[in-house]
Design a protein around this ligand. Structure first.
Ligand SMILES: Nc1ncnc2c1ncn2[C@@H]1O[C@H](COP(=O)(O)OP(=O)(O)OP(=O)(O)O)[C@@H](O)[C@H]1O
Ligand SMILES: [Mg+2]
Length: 236
């Protein structure tokens, strides 16, 4: 579904992605992991055309994404930091986003129920708590039924019940045959839902494979220690 070839991106002198080659097949959940600043969001934004790489190419379903915006219609994206217009009410924002994507059928009602957002629909976005804003962010992402879903830190700020609901939601969407690309620092969450992981380190893909394969590679008994062993050997 996504083929990334020799992707290179630097911001001034900061070389963030140093020749990423990555193929993401259709269907299933793939987690992009790596320490803060390792380039996960930059990689995601490159796929979305929100960051323009210095070199390399990205193709989605065989079509290069460069100079082609229509492919975005088939992607639902949850940004890591959502900057909502504070003066809008929650329901106004939901309706505005629906109006922007008229070509897509939106089902916001079941998501509003899932995340218990009814009491907040008439509240202004600037008055919401961080976790509630994140739930609104999730509704905006999942209300369109696109085949590729990209979630940048979806658990951010969620309470335990909402976290559970999100996991259920992601699993249901996967069962529909979707491809779901996720970044997260919550290892238990990744371990529960990811079919495959990609670990970014120092601008390169340090590892791509299953969690079991990572445990074997690092000689560690569990996923958390496997990740910790990569990070500590690189921090040392
Ligand atoms: N628009 C930008 N201008 C300049 N530097 C940027 C920009 N966006 C990202 N960077 C830099 O690129 C590097 C990678 O940032 P990125 O946001 O991709 O990391 P990340 O892996 O998503 O981190 P986190 O886990 O904190 O979300 C960082 O050093 C960051 O400061
Ligand atoms: Mg990020």
């Amino acid at each position: 579904m996504i083929i990334i070839d020799k992707l290179y991106k630097k911001f001034d002198k900061n070389e963030v992605l140093k020749g990423i080659n990555l193929e993401i097949k259709s269907g299933g959940i793939i987690a992009v992991l790596g320490p803060n600043g390792s380039g996960k969001t930059t990689l995601i934004k490159s796929i979305l055309g929100m960051v323009i790489p210095n070199s390399g190419s990205i193709a989605l379903n065989g079509m290069p994404v460069k100079n082609n915006w229509k492919y975005r219609n088939d992607i639902d994206y949850l940004p890591q930091i959502a900057n909502f217009p504070g003066n809008l009410k929650v329901k106004e924002l939901i309706n505005m986003i629906k109006d922007l994507r008229t070509e897509k059928k939106a089902d916001d009602q079941h998501l509003i129920e899932l995340f218990k957002l009814e009491p907040f629909l008439d509240k202004k976005l600037s008055n919401l708590s961080g976790g509630t804003k994140q739930k609104v962010n999730l509704v905006l992402t999942f209300m369109f039924d696109s085949p590729l879903v990209i979630l940048d830190e979806p658990t951010s700020g969620l309470d335990p019940i909402s976290h559970l609901r999100l996991k259920e939601l992601i699993k249901v969407e996967k069962e529909k045959g979707k491809t779901i690309l996720i970044t997260s620092h919550i290892m238990s969450f990744v371990e529960e839902i990811a079919d495959e992981i990609v670990f970014l380190l120092e601008g390169k893909i340090y590892f791509k494979g299953s969690i079991d394969q990572l445990k074997i590679k690092t000689l560690q008994p569990d996923f958390e220690h496997a990740i910790a062993s990569i990070l500590t050997s690189n921090y040392a």
